[in-house]
Design a protein around this ligand. Structure first.
Ligand code: NAD
Length: 350
């Protein structure tokens, strides 16, 4: 029998090619007049151009974002915001840039406007992360959820093909886990299925024609929906595994998700019929666990996604450590997870 609580997060999304031109209006709409523009070092030129476009509403640029938000980087960005008297942040980039904006929001309560340029989906979630001495802490706070998100697919045309694929599969993983989440609702199920469908159908076009705006728009629209369900539901085994692999062994985020996803789907599919039905429709294949798992695996391979943890830098003797860390923290999952099944899953992914 259906039974749920649907607690919608606020979201204002401005989507479409060229809509970056409306960023200034969106900043003004929030009453902000001195924003700090944040992003990663390779995107510094783009950050400066965006700050120029904001004119007097931009107080400065901080191009020091790094993966997993090291506390010293968060501290430096927060200090810069304070020195400049910033009243908000505009974050431009992927999960690393958005994560830095969230850290500043956590420290000073400044509102965040996000301009995502990957498919990671952090801009749609109230989840923050901070890494200190190699340990990543995460938490949820409404204050870090971006107030407005401007998705302009033109900005994703420069995202390298390899990262487009792995980042896209990272987003599909959010949708897959939302489909079997203990707190999923009819609305999150619709968004997750459509998000997975949009991304899985757009990515072949992105690989073939990275500059194609239709393919880029489809992928980014899918990423929005996948990010939204990441923010709205509780993630299971897949995200737990990737969190441990990334946090304890510093594996690259999107690539790790891409490798692990088909293995977790193979493990959970027999215990998650509704998710299998939705993924079958999203992939255009029959709704049975083996067919869906194989279709996902084939699609990832055809897209050129990495298929093994070893080349990502995972040491083989680290696998038992991951097993113990995952088993130590309880989390929801549709299929039971035992030491034996988890070891076999990791061995296969290795
Ligand atoms: P990223 O933000 O680290 O970006 C990867 C690289 O791509 C960077 O060097 C960046 O400069 C470059 N890049 C980004 N967009 C580009 C573009 N359009 N053109 C050219 N280069 C571009 O990678 P990511 O996978 O988006 O984010 C990973 C981080 O986000 C991890 O730390 C992860 O934990 C976090 N994350 C958090 C959440 C959340 O809800 N809190 C969700 C997803 C990811």
């Amino acid at each position: 029998m259906t039974s749920f609580v649907h607690d919608a997060l606020p979201m204002r999304v401005v989507f479409g090619p060229g809509r970056l031109a409306e960023l200034g209006d969106e900043v003004a709409r929030l009453g902000l007049g001195r924003v700090l523009v944040l992003g990663t070092p390779p995107q510094e030129a783009a950050l400066r151009a965006i700050a120029d476009g904001l004119g007097g509403r931009a107080a400065g640029v901080f191009a020091g974002a790094r993966q997993h938000v090291p506390v010293e980087v968060a501290g430096a960005a927060a200090d810069r915001a304070r020195e400049l008297g910033a009243d908000g942040c505009v974050v431009v980039g992927g999960g690393s840039s958005v994560g830095l904006g969230k850290a500043v929001a956590l420290r000073h309560g400044l509102p965040v406007v996000a301009v995502p340029t990957t498919y990671a989906g952090s801009e749609m979630t109230p989840i923050w992360g901070l890494t200190e001495d190699g340990v990543k802490r995460t938490g949820r706070a409404r204050a870090v959820l971006p107030r407005t998100v401007v998705y302009d697919p033109e900005l994703t045309r420069t995202l390298p093909v390899g990262l487009s694929v792995t980042s896209g599969l990272n987003a599909v993983a959010h949708a897959v886990e939302a489909l079997w989440a203990p707190d999923g609702t009819p609305i999150t199920a619709l968004m997750a299925e459509e998000g997975a469908r949009a991304l899985l159908s757009a990515l072949p076009g992105v690989v073939a024609w990275p500059d194609d705006l239709d393919a880029r728009s489809g992928a980014l629209q899918g990423a929005w929906l996948c990010g939204a369900v990441l923010g709205a539901t509780t993630m299971s085994l897949h995200h737990k595994l990737c969190h441990v692999l990334g946090g304890s062994f510093d594996l690259p985020h999107a690539e790790t998700h891409a490798v692990v996803l088909p293995h977790v789907v193979a493990h959970n599919a027999p215990a998650a019929p509704a998710a299998v039905a939705a993924l079958g429709r999203a992939l255009g294949v029959a709704a049975d666990p083996d067919t869906v798992t194989e279709a996902l695996r084939t699609r990832a391979r055809e897209l050129g996604a990495p298929t093994s943890l070893a080349p990502l830098g995972m040491p083989r003797d680290g696998l038992p450590v991951v097993v113990e860390q995952v088993l130590a923290a309880p989390y929801a999952n549709p299929a039971p997870v035992t030491r034996e099944s988890l070891s076999a899953l990791l061995e296969a992914a290795y």
